[in-house]
Design a protein around this ligand. Sequence first.
Ligand SMILES: [Zn+2]
Length: 168
Amino acid sequence: MIIDLLKISDHGLIIQGSYPNDILELEENEQAKADPLSPVHYDLSATCFDGELILTGEVSAGLLLVCARCMDEFRDVLNLTEYQVEIPIHGEVSVDLTNRIREDILLALPWYPHCAESTVEDRQCAGEDTMFETVEKNPLSTDDAGDDTGTMESGVWKALDGLTDPNH
Ligand SMILES: [Zn+2]
């Protein structure tokens, strides 16, 4: 989303819309992917004040997540309500917010997705609490749980690393 700073009047500018393409770049991530049926949507109010572009509002992203308990894939929507971004302006006439929004969504991805907590699917989790019982009864399986967490972590950070690539 490219914001034309010249269009922002003293009263601000409402910026609403969706990204038609997948901006999350989670293709390689096994725990979370963009939901093609529910693209990243933004509803923001933009103002310029004291050398900064200030955006406030809401950003949402449809996701396909893998439940940490039953390992089933499920749909969910991540809602960043009260989203706020401040970007210093140094004489630019436009600002591209896409990378910043992608980064903020990736940082907000759930660490332990649970399908029963989906806001868009009504589900009973088949693996309810079994993972935690296993860990308690068998200390050796703690290592496996740790590995899973590491995979999720590295996947997200790998995606974030892509943000610094000038080709993106
Ligand atoms: Zn589940």
